[in-house]
Design a protein around this ligand. Structure first.
Ligand SMILES: [Zn+2]
Length: 58
């Protein structure tokens, strides 16, 4: 399992996501749209999210 903190990219955002890489990416896409107005997540952002994911104990 992995964890991603949106605050690593967007200052002061408290959202955190846990799950598989695929689960996190889909949750982040929804969060980016609803919370940050990003309707289409660019590939650079996907790469950035993936590089910032941390492994966590299940
Ligand atoms: Zn956020």
């Amino acid at each position: 399992m992995k964890e991603f903190a949106c605050g690593d990219i967007v200052p002061n955002c408290k959202a955190k996501f846990r799950g598989t890489t695929e689960e996190i990416l889909s949750a982040v896409a929804i969060h980016a749209r609803d919370a940050h107005g990003i309707t289409a997540v660019p590939p650079e952002l996907v790469t950035q999210v993936q590089s910032l994911m941390r492994p966590v104990a299940a």
